[in-house]
Design a protein around this ligand. Structure first.
Ligand code: PLP
Length: 429
């Protein structure tokens, strides 16, 4: 028996069940991945016992001889993995997650109530890029700063850079944020830099979703033109759950970012996580990881093509990266219902809003990503089979909706009972 089995069978059993769930189904959530056993070993190590507020060589606690070496190695590997010159770029590796990395970056770059512009959440942006509704400021990035989002074009689904330029010339932001959680196309950093420069604004790229692709040169390089780059480490990068903040070594950015992380926004770093990030970044710098990233994109393209061939609408007509946005609205089906059917047959996806949705609570699309299944060695032909299984799930959802005779979720769930197609598809998955 393991120590956990001895001490706490309830948690041990639930972990075993979750492990089985992760590996027995088809994991298509674009922000998830399967990290390596080496990363998990570092993450579950005795480093979790140590306090080390401060930076290597300047800590507020004793006993940090090895912790300093680990954090320095992590910083060195982060710059190396993203091909950065240490004379021009630095990195802080202490953020607990992508959200705290973003709030720390805003704290470093802005004064309270300064103006920022980020991609709107219904256009695929992230909460931490200034999300607010017409009625309520929701994210701390809109509570403590003023936010004016930009959008994707309603017809094309592509970012409307012309409109962004026009709005920026009126709003005059101090910061423009690029990056997204559900945007299938690459970014025009040249255009964004041009707009930011007109207003003396900082340009921040949040590459949380695409950082593995950026490191592998499978995506445009934000480091050429941005002042600060943030990322999570657990999506396409395939590491532990955490965040990184890269900064140009100019305009005091180094001190501003480091002080914003600690003491402004955080306390003691999670040293076990920092060691696990270092392990992940060593893997990222290998030819195997480059091959993996290439395959992630090929798989996303194969999945998108296979769904289009089955008559479905994919936002922007395809993808440049690891994710696709599937627009279900012409089928008169919501993302929530397809997500529910998929859950019942062990295909994990998430409902996602599509620009133009009238009801945010019931979004009209599904977001699909290929990073996790590519880690399980899926190739293009496997994703054609995944598309077929998704097609069948949608056909079942349509049938259930008809049987339910109403659009209400509770009627839909009732109508799912005793549907033979669901158990048949479940077995096949
Ligand atoms: N930034 C982007 C673009 C994201 O998609 C996410 C999470 O999905 C985050 C930041 C936040 O990361 P975390 O969940 O680690 O706080």
């Amino acid at each position: 028996n393991t120590p956990l089995q001895e001490d706490d069978t309830e948690i041990y059993d639930l972990i075993q069940k979750e492990k089985y769930r992760q590996f027995s189904g088809l994991e298509l959530i674009a922000s998830e991945n399967f990290t390596s056993l080496a990363v998990m070993e570092a993450n579950g190590s005795p480093l979790t016992n140590k306090y080390s507020e401060g930076l290597p060589g300047a800590r507020y606690y004793g006993g940090n001889e090895y912790i300093d070496q680990i954090e320095n190695l992590c910083r060195k590997r982060a710059l190396n993995a993203f091909h950065l010159n240490p004379a021009e770029w630095g990195v802080n590796v202490q953020s607990y997650s992508g959200s705290t990395a973003n709030f720390s970056a805003l704290t470093a770059l802005l004064q309270p109530h300064d103006r920022l512009m980020g991609l709107d959440l219904p256009s695929g942006g992230h909460l931490t890029h200034g999300w607010q509704t017409s009625k309520k400021k929701i994210s701390s990035s809109s509570i403590y700063f003023e936010s004016m989002p930009y959008q994707v074009n309603l017809e094309t689904g592509i970012i409307d850079y012309d409109q962004l330029e026009k709005t920026a010339s009126i709003y005059r932001p101090k910061l423009i944020i690029c990056g997204a959680s559900a945007y299938p196309r690459d970014w025009d950093y040249v255009m964004l830099r041009k707009i930011a420069d007109k207003h003396g604004a900082f340009l921040l790229a949040d590459i949380a979703h695409i950082s593995g692709l950026v490191a592998s040169k499978e995506a445009n390089n934000p480091f050429e033109l941005c002042d600060v780059v943030t990322t999570t480490t657990h999506k396409t990068l395939r590491g532990p759950r955490a965040g990184l903040i890269f900064f140009r070594k100019k305009n005091d950015l180094e001190d501003r970012v480091n002080n914003a992380v600690f003491p402004s926004c955080q306390g003691g770093p999670h040293n076990n996580t920092i060691a696990a990030i270092a392990v992940c970044l060593k893997q990222v710098a290998t030819p195997e990881f480059q091959q993996y990233s290439k395959q992630v994109r090929l798989n996303a393209q194969a999945l998108s093509k296979a769904l289009i061939e089955r008559g479905y609408q994919i936002v922007t007509g395809g993808t440049d990266n690891h994710l696709i946005l599937w627009d279900l609205r012409s089928l008169k089906l919501t993302g929530s219902k397809v997500e529910k059917i998929c859950d019942m047959v062990n295909i994990t996806v998430n409902k996602n809003s599509i620009r133009g949705d009238v009801n945010m609570v019931s979004p009209g699309g599904i977001r699909l990503g290929t990073p996790a299944l590519t880690s399980r060695s899926f190739k293009e032909e496997d994703f054609v089979k995944v598309a077929e299984l998704l097609h069948r799930a949608v056909q079942i959802a349509l049938k259930v909706q008809e049987k339910a005779g109403s659009k209400m979720m509770k009627d839909f769930m009732m109508a799912c009972q005793d549907m033979e197609e669901i158990s048949i598809l479940n077995k096949e998955v």
